[in-house]
Design a protein around this ligand. Structure first.
Ligand code: RBF
Ligand code: MG
Length: 317
């Protein structure tokens, strides 16, 4: 996939375009990309995804507490995996936000991309003040000679699939639902840092601690996870804990994983934690011994999860 950062020097012809933020690159987005690819093939053109960085909400509403599902780099890799020919990453600035919807279509979609088709989700809005919508696109399509397709909301288990739905599921710790919406396991990445060392010395369950680069972390608690160790290109089963370790009265949140059947030192190495299922809330135990017994149970529980699990993992990092 060709990634074009910025819109200054573009020379693309005969394109089928979709525009959006595509945070999460969830199954609804994937459906849109399927349609884009199909149309591009039909006209012997290129499939193009136009997206933005930073996320427009972060530029326009600095106070808005929006947390993103995917980093921009992951988003690009996930779009590539969908088989899109070109992704254009437009730097979203306050100046860019001033472009009227009509001007965006004429100056960018037509002049720069020579769009033959524009495909958008049912609720897509664009341009200054979000005045551009499906109807405006259709009007401009008649004027400039491109076709417009508006795709319906995509539902899973009766719920409309959206980035917001994925964020809410993760906030509630419902990683199974988030994964269903994403079509893969939600993951976080980080380099292994020095923890308290209690895991190996006191509990007999050493953990790799990370500071995740992602903005959204599933709700505090214990999870069955898979762990990919980047430099080994290997994936292991594990149990993760996100929380303040109330048993030891820690002040800050820690993100840690005990990796099954593995005992090398990972300090400074990059790992990816894929969330498969939530096991329980984090608790304050009255002794390290009780916590230790609970972790043994967590591992049993996680193994049950893994024995039936078919969740796809995104391993490319
Ligand atoms: N710490 C707690 O205080 N309460 C818990 O319920 C708890 N559950 C854990 C479950 C797993 C599977 C793992 C790996 C760790 C858990 N911890 C919990 C964190 C534990 O306190 C921590 O790993 C050690 O203190 C080392 O930092
Ligand atoms: Mg540790």
């Amino acid at each position: 996939m060709q990634v074009i950062r910025g819109i200054e020097k573009l020379e693309v012809e005969n394109t089928v375009i979709t525009i959006g933020n595509f945070d999460g690159v969830h199954r609804g987005h994937q459906k849109i990309f399927e349609f884009v690819k199909r149309k591009a093939k039909l006209i012997n053109g290129k499939s193009v995804v136009v997206t933005f960085h930073p996320h427009p909400i972060k530029v326009l509403f600095k106070e808005h507490p929006l947390k993103l599902i995917t980093t921009t780099e992951d988003k690009l890799k996930l779009i590539e995996k969908c088989g899109i020919d070109i992704t254009v990453l437009i730097p979203f600035t306050p100046t860019f936000a001033q472009i009227e919807a009509e001007d965006f279509v004429r100056d960018i979609l037509i002049q720069k991309f020579n769009a033959k088709w524009v495909i958008v989700g049912y609720d897509y809005k664009f341009g200054k003040g979000r005045k551009g919508d499906r109807d405006l696109l259709k009007t401009l399509g008649n004027l400039y000679g491109f076709k417009v397709k508006v795709l319906k909301a995509y539902k899973r288990k009766g719920k409309i699939l959206s980035s917001t739905a994925v964020r809410n599921a993760l906030k509630e710790g419902n990683v199974r639902e988030a994964n269903l919406f994403l079509g893969r396991a939600y993951h976080i990445d980080g380099e292994v840092t020095k923890g308290f060392g209690r895991g190996s010395s006191l509990l007999g369950y050493p953990t790799a601690n990370i500071l995740p680069i992602q903005e959204i972390i599933p709700k505090e608690g214990v999870y069955a996870v898979k762990v990919t160790i980047k430099h080994l290109s290997k994936t292991f089963r594990g149990v993760a804990n996100i929380g303040k370790n109330p048993t030891f009265n820690n002040e800050s949140l820690s993100y840690e994983v005990h990796i099954l059947d593995f005992n090398e030192n990972l300090l400074g190495k990059s790992i990816r934690i894929h969330f498969i299922a939530r096991i329980r809330d984090e608790k304050k135990f009255s002794s390290p011994e009780e916590l230790k017994q609970s972790i043994a149970m967590d591992i049993k529980e996680a193994k049950k999860v893994f024995s039936k699990d078919k969740t796809k993992l995104f391993l490319n990092f």
